[in-house]
Unconditional design. Structure first.
Length: 414
């Protein structure tokens, strides 16, 4: 209890500063390397296009990535651009030397022989993929910009989704036999036993580039969160499933600023996302209601702690992109803004760090005196700060022990 109270005090004291830190870095918006939609019918698939920007789409699991990939493919077809979809990436897909450790699943307006090389390799060649493509997307981690030729402009795109929703959707995706609320609850209890110290890692894995950390996927959660938040600030377009129309607005502004294909964008903006093949008789709202009443909601809160903190930061970056890329056309300035939108669409707003959500909601409202509401639960930012403090204490104790050992007589050291 004493430890929990200390964490709560730490949140109230630090959340405002942490929110400002997340919202303060706008370097990525200083230059906007947009693509242009071309209506030319002749396509030279061998032409070097490094004079134009390249887009790197990080497909986060169960976050509308298939829909976004479909948008990029259609855009490439209509606007004479090159699209490459990568799958089965090893070690996060970060290019190593001459090849990219991923398989090429799909492409538009690309010459496969040139992309793969003439020596029969099964993986795309780093230099060719980086020089011949306009858009590269797939289930790879942050770090794919290593394939971009020196001097070529690039920007990242990703889409995130409420962590509780992605967890439920992911369970049902991996096990198609989950047909009822009780089926999902039983699966959740097996995956997350009561009192477990496990944490859900989805966006953290992709944006944290965990395979590149010193301890890899075994790195402590605070370290993964620091990496993910740092890399997130380099993502120009952060889309949000719960803010889908604004996500499409951002993609259109960066891919088709002169509105050469308005029907395509209106279709994706106004129509529902790709239909979910899961049974419609099973409602996520019913699942959450059942989980709340089953006595281990506190375990779920802890399980999603770090991922929820990452999602809150992603919402802030989404709001910033809307402000800096769309300007007066940002729809988050109207109709109640991001806060009203989230209240209407989130499954469990109470699981998210409310101070961070408030800060993100205020980005496009421009109040006279920005405020951050009190935080009701310990956010992952607080856990992160506490972990840093404890690490500093351990390091100091270790140094003191070494210093004391050096001062002892040789006989006592032995």
């Amino acid at each position: 209890m004493r430890h929990a109270a200390a964490l709560l005090c730490l949140v109230v004291a630090q959340v405002n500063a942490l929110a400002k830190s997340t919202l303060g870095n706008t370097t990525v918006y200083q230059t906007l390397p947009r693509l242009e939609c071309s209506k030319e019918t002749d396509t030279n698939k061998a032409a070097d296009v490094r004079a134009e920007p390249i887009i790197l789409f990080v497909h986060v699991f169960k976050a509308a990535g298939s829909s976004v990939r479909g948008i990029f493919r259609r855009y490439a077809e209509k606007c004479n651009k090159r699209w490459a979809c990568l799958v089965q990436c090893q070690k996060g897909g970060s290019p190593r030397g001459a090849t990219v450790p991923c398989r090429l699943r799909d492409m538009v307006n690309l010459n496969r022989r040139l992309v793969m090389g003439e020596d029969g390799r099964r993986n795309p060649r780093t230099e060719n993929l980086g020089a011949l493509s306009h858009i590269v997307g797939g289930h790879f981690h942050y770090g794919m910009h290593m394939l971009v030729p020196q001097g070529r402009k690039y920007f990242y795109v990703t889409v995130v989704r409420e962590p509780l929703s992605t967890w439920i959707s992911g369970m049902r995706y991996h096990d198609k036999s989950l047909k009822t609320v009780s089926d999902v609850r039983n699966a959740a209890e097996k995956f997350l036993p009561r009192g477990s110290n496990r944490f859900y890692q989805n966006g953290l894995t992709y944006l944290g580039a965990v395979d590149g950390l010193p301890l890899g996927r075994k790195a402590p959660m605070p370290e993964k969160l620091v990496s993910a938040l740092s890399n997130l600030e380099d993502v120009l377009v952060v889309g949000v499933v719960e803010s889908w129309p604004t996500t499409i607005d951002l993609l259109q502004a960066m891919l088709d600023p002169t509105d050469q294909a308005p029907y395509m964008w209106d279709r994706y903006r106004d129509s529902a996302r790709k239909k979910n093949t899961a049974s419609k008789s099973l409602s996520s709202v019913d699942i959450v209601r059942d989980l709340r009443g089953d006595g281990y909601w506190a375990d779920i809160r802890r399980f999603l702690l770090f991922e929820n903190a990452f999602y809150a930061a992603a919402l802030a970056r989404h709001a910033l992109a809307c402000k800096h890329v769309l300007g007066d056309d940002c729809r988050l300035r109207r109709q109640g803004g991001l806060g009203v939108l989230l209240n209407a669409s989130l499954l469990a707003p109470d699981l998210l760090p409310s101070g961070d959500i408030d800060a993100a909601s205020l980005v496009n409202s421009q109040p006279e005196k920005p405020r951050v509401s009190p935080v009701a639960v310990a956010s992952a930012h607080a856990v992160l700060a506490e972990a840093k403090r404890q690490r500093a204490v351990r390091d100091k104790q270790r140094k003191n022990r070494k210093k004391k050992k050096k001062l002892l007589p040789v006989t006592e050291q032995l």
